[in-house]
Design a protein around this ligand. Structure first.
Ligand code: NAD
Length: 251
């Protein structure tokens, strides 16, 4: 199958998104590196290019409809129709329910849910036209419930329903939609969690590892490997699944 291979990875300036972008580029895809700031996107794009890949830095705020429309159009114009989309951009606004502000609730919903909706709606137009597409959404083990994350858990559980519905609607166009639900992955996001909890990152890791059968926390590369598989052309019969990547059977 000679399908165009252009990927968009959101939240790709660092952490899991950057690892996914670099992995897809190494797999031979042209990759649009999407995040909030041009400079941060440019650095990851430059790293991909210096490793011999093809990349384009595209600043997009995924929660903003105009920004998404402009950004996805730019990708199509400069790299070709995007047929792989990894909805990875994310934020935390942790708080216990009784203290959670409306803004903390809305920001998390806007980036994770609205962002994935806007990006997927814009990208599917290209995918259905090409008769090929791969959408990968980043959920989380927090979808199963996590203290202090009513907003984030709701958004990540919501993304699982979103994933399954897109799988049903888009399957007949050759477009699959799946979700990856990571457990504890060492990134700036989990470092920020340690800081907020008033513990060192090493302490947070030591505490977290006790509950992980694999005996270690995850790395961005662990998630990139699964995204790489789901983006493959021969993964076309895997659709509407949530893959927990958490070092053990319990999310
Ligand atoms: P991170 O905070 O290191 O990176 C997230 C990136 O998203 C940042 O570069 C940020 O600028 C970008 N972003 C935020 N809002 C955006 C917006 N409106 N538009 C575009 N980009 C935006 O996080 P990470 O740990 O790499 O996590 C990546 C994804 O994986 C997130 O969706 C997160 O919820 C999910 N996840 C992470 C873990 C973990 O342990 N790190 C576990 C489960 C799920």
């Amino acid at each position: 199958m000679n399908s165009p291979r252009v990927a968009i990875v959101t939240g790709a300036a660092r952490g899991i998104g950057a690892a996914v972008a670099e992995r897809l580029a190494a797999d031979g895809l042209a990759v649009a590196v999407v995040d909030l700031g041009e400079q941060a996107c440019a650095e990851v794009a430059a790293r991909i290019e210096s490793a011999g890949g093809r990349a384009l830095a595209v600043p997009i705020d995924v929660s903003d409809e105009d920004s998404v429309a402009r950004g996805v159009a730019l990708v199509a114009e400069r790299l070709g129709p995007p047929t792989v989309l990894v909805n990875n951009a994310g934020v935390l606004r942790d708080n216990l329910l009784f203290r959670m502000t409306n803004a903390e609730w809305s920001t998390v919903m806007d980036v994770h849910l609205r962002g994935s909706f806007l990006m997927s709606r814009a990208a599917q137009a290209h995918m259905t036209k090409e008769g090929f597409g791969r959408i990968v959404n980043l959920s989380s083990t927090s979808a199963l419930g996590n203290r202090g994350q009513a907003n984030y858990a709701a958004a990540k559980a919501g993304l699982q329903g979103f994933t399954k519905t897109l799988a049903i609607e888009l399957g007949k166009f050759g477009v699959t939609t799946n979700a990856i639900a990571p457990g504890f992955i060492a990134t700036d996001m989990t470092r920020a969690t340690a800081e907020r909890m008033g513990v060192s990152f090493e302490e947070l890791v030591e505490h977290g590892v006790k509950d992980i059968p694999a005996g270690r926390v995850g790395t961005p590369a662990d998630i990139a490997a699964v995204a790489s598989f789901l983006a493959r052309e021969d993964a076309g019969f895997v659709n509407g699944q949530v893959i927990y990547v958490a070092g053990g059977p319990k999310g």
